[in-house]
Design a binder for this molecule. Structure first.
Ligand SMILES: NC(=O)C1=CN([C@@H]2O[C@H](COP(=O)(O)OP(=O)(O)OC[C@H]3O[C@@H](n4cnc5c(N)ncnc54)[C@H](O)[C@@H]3O)[C@@H](O)[C@H]2O)C=CC1
Ligand SMILES: C[C@H](CCCC(C)(C)O)[C@H]1CC[C@H]2[C@@H]3[C@H](O)CC4=CC(=O)CC[C@]4(C)[C@H]3CC[C@]12C
Length: 410
């Protein structure tokens, strides 16, 4: 595995198991003259292991699953660049495989670092983002990472002749909105008034728009950029930190969690392995179905059941020994809202002294307390997506991970 700081320059050749990377002897970065994808289309027999992928945020919760899924499911992969602000130690275990895994420690807000990482890549999967609905980061920082970072990725693709860009958006781009209107089993065309005040959904919506508007822009070499955006609902699975937090909170409370949200409020959830699989499929199919898929958005979905946020978590935490107390919320909504508002006030007052960022605030309460679920088959129709993991398997894997008690996803 190559390890690089702030750029991908100096990377080696692509070495496939059959020596395909050695045949033309070209360093990946020098493929830019024709445009990487044109070269890729030249002779199928010689293409078996020629693709260079870049995953931004590749060491995050979702990013790690995307990285592992690409290594398992993309046979044409020759080099996989993993770009992240913080590199994970697990990357080292990937160095024994046939694909060259290049770790790049970098910051998406730094245009030159992004450009260096993108140079010579065929496909970029942009999952990096600041996922903060708890007030840990300032609105300006969230905007800089999520919006300016995405703009940097787009410009790097254009400059370098990289034609395929997959963006990890979010259900939050749609809602729940500030009016708390329910979105009940909606699809990509369901009308809904998307209006946001919170910096995270606002930044994801702006970034998604940038990505979709960039579809069709001419990249270096003259060919059009093909982009699309995937909108996961709440992701769960191995590596889901908030699930672990709830587990530990339950242990501290003697094996109990207290119901705060009515069981009737449905919250969309999707297994991380299926979200990763969708990214891999989209990235693969964008080339063949550019006119259909370019500029499109797809909700990420699978067969996970429709439940409230808390009842859904109990599917995993129950078998780990926790119990959700109460068939109805133990506290009235007005009291929860009061506590959430108090938390927000405390956060503001304490900011000069310390970071106070509890899970409960007016925004997280609104999200957890508003029905938002999707029901769609657009990904199946457009690129043949079907979940790779059944609900039973997703559940079993997640339970195993919670029980294992470690932070690794494996
Ligand atoms: N967790 C969820 O339920 C959902 C997440 N998403 C989106 O999926 C993507 C991944 O989210 P998660 O894996 O949950 O979050 P995460 O926080 O685990 O992963 C994000 C990764 O991006 C990296 N990153 C952050 N700032 C960076 C910067 N300036 N430069 C380079 N890398 C940077 C982080 O180090 C981290 O490894 C995000 O774009 C998020 O908006 C969308 C829907 C739901
Ligand atoms: C932390 C929230 C649950 C706490 C509620 C309480 C305090 C009453 O028990 C989480 C409820 C819903 C979550 C969000 C949702 O799944 C959608 C998301 C999409 C994203 O793109 C990022 C993450 C998140 C905003 C997710 C964050 C945690 C919740 C607010």
């Amino acid at each position: 595995m190559g390890q690089e700081g702030g750029g991908a320059s100096g990377r080696g050749l692509c070495h496939g198991p059959a020596g395909l990377g050695d045949e033309d002897g070209l360093p990946v970065a020098s493929l830019g003259v024709l445009g990487p994808w044109q070269q890729q289309g030249m002779a199928d027999s010689a293409q078996a292991q020629k693709l260079v992928y870049l995953v931004t945020g590749g060491c995050g919760f979702l990013g790690e699953h995307v990285v592992r899924m690409l290594l398992q499911q993309e046979p044409r992969l020759c080099e996989l660049r993993v770009f992240d602000l913080h590199l994970g130690p697990w990357l080292e275990e990937l160095e024994t495989g046939p694909v060259q895994v290049t770790a790049i420690q970098g910051d998406v807000t730094q245009a030159h670092e992004v450009a260096a990482a993108v140079a010579g890549a065929h496909v970029v999967i942009h999952t990096a983002g600041l996922v903060d609905v708890f007030g840990r980061a300032s609105p300006e920082t969230i905007h800089e990472v999520n919006v300016q970072g995405t703009q940097n990725v787009i410009e790097a693709c254009v400059q370098n002749g990289t034609r395929f860009l997959v963006y990890t958006s979010s259900m939050e781009v749609v809602g729940p909105n500030i009016k708390g209107q329910p979105f009940y089993r909606g699809n990509e065309n369901t009308p809904y008034e998307a209006a946001h005040r919170h910096p995270y959904p606002r930044s994801k919506a702006l970034a998604e728009r940038l990505v979709l508007e960039a579809n069709g822009r001419k990249v270096r070499g003259g060919l059009p950029l093909v982009t699309c955006a995937l909108r996961p609902t709440g992701i769960y699975g191995e590596g889901h930190q908030i699930m672990k937090d709830f587990y530990h909170q339950g242990l501290r409370l003697g094996g109990r969690l207290l119901r705060a949200i009515p069981a009737s409020v449905e919250h969309g959830r999707v297994y991380v392995g299926n979200v990763a699989w969708m990214h891999v499929l989209v990235a693969r199919e964008l080339e063949h179905r550019a006119p259909l898929m370019g500029g499109q958005v797809y909700f990420c979905y699978d067969n996970s059941p429709y439940k409230s946020y808390e009842d859904f978590n109990m599917e995993f935490l129950g078998p780990c020994g926790l119990r959700l107390v109460g068939s109805r919320p133990l506290l009235p909504y007005w009291l929860l809202l009061f506590l959430a508002t108090l938390n927000a006030l405390l956060q503001w007052l304490l900011r000069p002294l310390l970071l106070y960022a509890p899970l409960l605030n007016p925004y997280t309460l609104a999200v957890a307390n508003t029905t938002f679920t999707v029901s769609t088959d657009k990904a199946l129709r457009h690129f043949g997506y079907e979940p790779l993991f059944s609900w039973e398997e997703s559940r079993a894997r997640t339970i195993r991970w919670v029980q294992a008690g470690e932070d690794s996803t494996q």
